[in-house]
Design a protein around this ligand. Structure first.
Ligand SMILES: C[S@@+](CC[C@H](N)C(=O)[O-])C[C@H]1O[C@@H](n2cnc3c(N)ncnc32)[C@H](O)[C@@H]1O
Length: 222
């Protein structure tokens, strides 16, 4: 099935609120555990590209007391929700999360400064994936741990509908619509491998299929 791109930023208030209210406990916690299994407990600095409502940065900050996270999203509506999530957080871990409202194409952060770079479910939003991998190359320091997770495009619209029915049966219509559109916009693991080759990130990063709907790209920057 041909890829059908979707809008990059999730900046509709209703769309952002539906996303922030959805239950991503399982995939988000799996993301954190996958990072810990592969790289151990991170410390120092971490960059999260496309942080959304900051659920993943908060999970890292709670479990990693020596970690400072810069969490970036290009949608003001998402950054507002992320700020609310930080404000609701008890304890001091929110003080180690710095929110930045910027697109990755216009991001102004120090180069080669991050000990880890993560991103969950951003790549499929991008019309052109190249700036995403360039951004990782630019901001990760040599040896930095990288974990990217995203959806894998199914072979057909019927398969995409079946995945939505399996994993989002009880979610509101706006979220089911976004999930379906995201599956159609997603890259296949082979396309991601080609993107890594074009960005000179092979063999530092490797692509692995991890479920019927997800892949990860992981490794350390050379
Ligand atoms: C599906 S959400 C994932 C949010 C979060 N990573 C999570 O797993 O909960 C994708 C996020 O990427 C953001 N985004 C899309 N294109 C972007 C870009 N070019 N630069 C920065 N953020 C972008 C969207 O606004 C949205 O908040």
């Amino acid at each position: 099935m041909e890829r059908i791109p979707e809008p990059e930023l999730m900046d509709e208030t209703q769309q952002a609120a539906a996303y922030a209210g959805a239950d991503f406990e399982e995939p988000n916690q799996r993301f954190v555990e996958t990072f810990l299994e592969r790289f151990g407990l991170p410390r120092g600095t971490m960059l999260d590209l496309g942080c959304g409502p900051a659920d993943i940065p908060l999970r890292f900050a709670r479990s990693c007391p020596q970690l400072h996270i810069t969490a970036v999203d290009g949608a003001p509506a998402m950054i507002e929700l992320a700020q609310h999530a930080l404000d609701r957080e008890r304890g001091t871990c929110r003080e180690r999360i710095h929110l930045v409202c910027a697109t990755l194409q216009t991001l102004e952060l120090p180069p080669a400064a991050y000990d880890a770079v993560i991103s969950n479910s951003l790549l499929h939003h991008l019309h052109d994936p190249a700036p995403f991998w360039q951004c990782i190359r630019q901001h990760a320091r040599p040896g930095a741990a990288v974990l990217v997770m995203d959806l894998a495009r199914p072979a057909s619209r019927t398969e995409a509908e079946s995945i939505v029915d399996t994993y989002a049966a009880t979610e509101p219509p706006v979220l089911r619509r976004d999930f379906f559109n995201s599956l159609l916009a997603a890259f296949t693991p082979q396309e991601v491998t080609d993107q890594l080759a074009a960005a000179a990130l092979l063999p530092s990063l490797q692509v692995e299929r991890t479920s019927d709907r997800h892949w990860i790209a992981h490794g350390r920057i050379a």
